[in-house]
Design a protein around this ligand. Structure first.
Ligand code: ADP
Length: 659
């Protein structure tokens, strides 16, 4: 048996190698420490150190009563760069680690006392290194290293710093928690979003998920999840949606639908809907579309409301157009004036021209211009409605037309600046009617007074002459008075008929009578000799008609008295009759002044009178021909005229013979 190696060679043998730490341990002046120089170290300590320095796993040793420290290269990096190393070597544990001593000492004591080894994983032991307290995590085991009996051994710490791993784990956990949180938020948001969201997968468009709103719009429950779209809503066949989904699947290009109309079965019937939506392709890592995300906003109500407004606008536009009303709008701030084509036409401008407010004011009749301008300013300032009636002189056609302008100021609203707008109605006809009506009343009063004055005169005369036995004078007076009374009653009858016609109360007393006879009587009553005219009657034998005798009588009487009134003394008047089985046609021809072509079409209008030098001294109300045409219309007959100025006129009327 070989002798034991000498103590010297013994410790050198154990402390050999061990990298840098091995060298440092060898160089350290251990003689000043409690364990003395290596020559005095026990076998157990030497073996342990040898084990430590040869391991590449981080190891640490507290040895002896003072717990002097040893460690290897692998451990060094945990000491930081602040000079703790190599100061930690050979130090007392309690001096080196005051910051963790209260935690580790019990574990050391436990190990030294021979208890079970300690195993700790990822434990936080904040240590002072790099000039600060750092949170350092460790996984370690404390186990006892025995020495010779009766001597304190040491505690071997096999450890690994897991700070990076723990930090990474914590970071990962935090990220995962955040992700989970975010995902649940997104899921929640999508689930409760006020728009329909659904995912369709594959060419069968399996409903993979659908949020509450989508299910609500479809009128379905959760049971549709996992089923093909077309099975869930077969009514989609023939509608654009399935084809659009297929296109998105084929092309991988999203589809944006704007106000698309569709039908979905709700309860038992198909309901119309409108939606804005997007079909977004969802692609796999190879760029192939696997699913389609649908996000849809159903806007049926908005579309219905908008259509209602559009309809109302269209109706308003149509009624404005059919009422031939001009419209205008003045932007208060920009002073821009917009006039409709009809408005421009009323003011004598062409529809394409730009017209300003000043242009239109220029065409207002000068007597009214200031008044109109003042009314506009006042209305804008006060916010009260604007309403004026004034004549307008058309710039191009130079026609005077009466208009009623109505307007209002509208304050600024979203998207609409403050503006003053309204419409323009052509009231020329009403205005002319009003003027004619006033003239008419004046004339009526005057005309009724004339026969009354004559009657009064004749009555006075008769009273004076009553006592004188002159029968001829009385007879002539009575005859003249009678003529005046007839004149008045025919005038009053005319007015009565007019007012009955206007109020729709005209009543026809239909009877069978001989029209020829009626014409002869009327010629007699017209008394042409009094006015020095001759009336000839041709071919009017017996013509039985079914009509209102008095009213047809007033037609004939009107036409005859007009022929007398509007032709010079001594002229001939010719009455002709033509009869068929169905109708009788009467023509009254005079050799009078005739009527201008432009007046012909207005001749049968109420209150119309041709105003010429010739007619200004001929009294009349402009209602005779109007009444004739109305009476004939009520009999389903007709009236018309042929005339040539300076030659004469022929008035014809036809009357169905009736049964
Ligand atoms: P008035 O009471 O004015 O005669 P009417 O309605 O009978 O009213 O006639 C309308 C107008 O038609 C007259 O004012 C006249 O200018 C014109 N007129 C009617 N009959 C004739 C006629 N026979 N010849 C020429 N003008 C006529």
């Amino acid at each position: 048996m070989l002798p034991d190696p000498s103590p010297k060679s013994n410790y050198t043998h154990y402390l050999e190698g061990g990298g840098e730490m091995g060298q440092l341990i060898r160089d350290y002046d251990w003689s000043k420490t409690a364990i003395g120089a290596p020559e005095q170290w026990s076998q157990s300590l030497l073996t342990t150190i040898s084990l430590i320095i040869s391991s590449r796993f981080p190891m640490f040793l507290w040895w002896g009563d003072e717990l002097l420290q040893f460690y290897n290269d692998a451990y060094r990096k945990s000491l930081g760069n602040d000079g703790k190393h190599p100061a930690a070597l050979g130090q007392c544990g309690a001096d080196c680690w005051p910051e963790i001593w209260p935690t580790v000492q019990p574990m050391i004591d436990q190990a030294l006392a021979g208890g079970a080894a300690t195993w700790c994983e990822d434990i936080l032991l904040p240590i002072f290194r790099n000039n600060q307290i750092e949170n350092v995590y460790w996984t370690f085991s404390f186990s006892k290293v025995k020495d010779a009996p009766g001597k304190t051994g040491g505690v071997l710490v096999i450890c690994s710093e897991t700070t990076e791993k723990v930090n990474a784990d914590q970071k990962m956990e935090k990220t995962l928690a955040e992700l989970a949180d975010r995902e649940s938020k997104i899921r929640y948001m999508l689930q409760d979003a006020p728009v329909s969201i659904a995912m369709f997968t594959g060419y069968n468009f399996i409903i993979e998920s659908a949020n509450k709103q989508a299910l609500k719009e479809w009128g379905k429950g959760e049971e549709v999840i996992g089923k093909p779209l077309v099975h869930v809503s077969p009514e989609l066949n023939g509608q654009p949606f399935l084809k659009l989904l297929k296109d998105v699947m084929d092309t991988g290009i999203p589809y944006y639908g704007n106000e698309v109309r569709g039908l979905l079965k709700q309860q038992y019937k198909l309901e119309e809907f409108y939606a804005n939506f997007v079909y977004q392709p969802m692609k796999d890592e190879n760029g192939k579309t696997k699913s389609i995300l649908m996000v849809a906003n159903v806007i049926t109500e908005q579309v219905a409301a908008r259509k209602k407004v559009e309809q109302a606008e269209e109706m308003l536009r149509l009624s404005i157009e059919s009422a031939n009303v001009g419209t205008w709008r003045l932007d208060i701030e920009s002073n821009t004036f917009i006039a409709s084509p009809r408005m421009k036409e009323l003011f004598g401008y062409s529809a394409e021209e730009e017209v300003t407010l000043a242009d239109t004011l220029n065409q207002v009749h000068e007597d009214y211009r200031q008044q109109v301008a003042d009314a506009i300013i006042k209305s804008i300032a006060s916010g009260k409605d604007f309403s004026v009636e004034h004549p307008v002189l058309g710039r191009d056609h130079q026609n005077i037309r009466w208009v009623r302008a109505l307007g209002r100021i509208y304050s600024m609203e979203a998207g609409h600046p403050a503006h003053f707008s309204g419409m323009m109605l052509d009231i020329t006809e009403q205005k002319q009617d009003e003027i004619r009506k006033n003239d008419f009343i004046g004339m009526v009063s005057h005309e009724l007074k004339t026969p009354l004055t004559s009657l009064n005169g004749y009555l006075q005369l008769m009273m004076l002459k009553l006592k004188e036995p002159n029968g001829d004078f009385m007879a002539s007076c009575l005859k003249k008075a009678n003529v005046q009374v007839k004149k008045m009653s025919s005038m009053i009858n005319g007015f009565l008929n007019l007012s009955r016609l206007e109020s729709g109360k005209i009543h026809l007393n239909m009877e069978h009578f001989d029209l020829g006879q009626l014409i002869r009587e009327t010629i007699e009553e017209t008394n042409p000799t009094l006015h020095q005219h001759t009336i000839s009657l041709n071919t009017c034998a017996e013509i039985t008609v079914h009509a209102d005798r008095d009213k047809i009588g007033s037609v004939v009487s009107n036409l005859l008295s007009n022929a007398v009134k509007y032709s010079p003394k001594g002229k001939k008047i010719e009455v002709n009759c033509q009869v068929t089985d169905l109708a009788a046609q009467i023509s009254i021809r005079d050799e009078g002044m005739g009527i201008k072509p432009q007046s012909l079409e207005k001749l049968f209008e109420r209150f119309f009178r041709v105003e010429t030098k010739h007619t200004e001294n001929i009294s009349g109300f402009g209602i005779g021909l109007y009444l004739c045409s109305e009476i004939l219309e009520h009999h389903k007959g007709k009236i018309w005229v042929e005339s040539e100025v300076g030659v004469g006129s022929t008035f014809h009327f036809s009357l169905p013979r009736g049964t």
